[in-house]
Design a protein around this ligand. Structure first.
Ligand SMILES: Cc1cc2nc3c(=O)[nH]c(=O)nc-3n(C[C@H](O)[C@H](O)[C@H](O)COP(=O)(O)O)c2cc1C
Length: 188
C-alpha cells in the first residue's frame, strides 16, 4: 500500500512526530511504502472559497500557487492517508487545517447524485496527541474528521488519540503499543 502521512505539528521531534514515527516504522516493517510530508515550513494558504476548483473534476482544481497542490496530488496518489496533529484548541493545527480545507478542490457535486471525488476509495486515518485527556477535549476533532469522509468518499480506517502527553522522553510503552495497534488496524 502507498501510505502518505501528513505531520501537522511544527515540532519535528515532538509528541506527534514521535507517535507518527512509531506508526510509520510499523507500516514500513509490514512492507508498505511510506512517505511523510512535514507541513510546517511549507507555504500553506487557506481556502479562498472561490469555487473555481468546482469547474474541474479530473484533477485537483485548486488555482492557488502555493505548496498545497503538490500535497493534494500526493494525497490523490495514496492508498492510505494518515493525518497527524497535536490537538490545538480542540481541533487540528493550522498547518493541517489548511490542507484539509483545500481538499475542497478534490471533489465535485457533493450532495448530488453524480458526486465525484478524486480520493474515492482511499483510506483515511487520524492521529492526534494532546496534553489533556479525551473527555471534553478531543471528541470534536474526531467528529469533524469522520464527517469529512462523506465529501471525500473515503474509508475511515482508524483513529488514535494519545492524551496526557508531556514530552517525547516521557512517553510510555503503553502509548507505543497503542500506536502499533493503530498501524495494524488502518491497513487491515
Ligand atoms: C496552541 C496550543 C493549543 C493547545 N490546545 C490543546 C487542547 O485543546 N487540548 C489538549 O489536550 N492539548 C492542547 N495543547 C497541547 C498539545 O496538543 C500537546 O502538548 C501535543 O502533544 C503537542 O504535540 P507536539 O509535540 O507534536 O507539538 C495545545 C498546545 C498548544 C501550543
Amino acid at each position: 500500500m502507498n501510505v502518505l502521512t501528513l505531520l501537522g505539528s511544527a515540532r519535528k521531534k515532538g509528541n506527534t512526530a514521535t507517535v507518527l514515527g512509531w506508526v510509520e516504522d510499523a507500516l514500513t516493517n509490514l512492507g508498505h511504502e511510506v512517505i511523510r510530508v512535514n507541513l510546517h515550513g511549507r507555504k500553506l494558504n487557506g481556502c479562498m472559497a472561490c469555487n473555481q476548483c468546482k469547474q474541474v473534476s479530473d484533477a485537483p482544481g485548486c488555482v492557488q500557487k502555493d505548496d498545497i497542490p503538490e500535497i493534494l496530488a500526493q494525497m490523490v496518489a495514496a492508498d492510505l492517508i494518515v493525518f497527524a496533529s497535536p490537538l490545538y484548541f480542540w481541533g487540528v493545527s493550522a498547518q493541517l487545517k489548511a490542507v484539509i480545507d483545500r481538499t475542497y478542490s478534490l471533489y465535485t457535486r457533493y450532495h448530488e447524485t453524480d458526486h465525484a471525488s478524486l480520493l474515492e476509495g482511499c483510506r483515511e486515518a487520524f492521529l492526534v496527541t494532546g496534553a489533556g485527556g479525551w473527555d471534553n477535549n478531543a471528541e470534536g476533532a474526531f467528529t469533524a474528521f469522520k464527517r469529512m469522509q462523506n465529501p471525500h468518499k473515503t474509508q475511515y480506517t482508524g483513529e488514535l488519540f494519545i492524551g496526557n502527553c508531556t514530552t517525547p522522553a516521557d512517553m510510555t510503552m503503553s502509548m507505543k503499543e497503542k500506536a502499533l495497534a493503530f498501524a495494524r488496524r488502518i491497513i487491515a
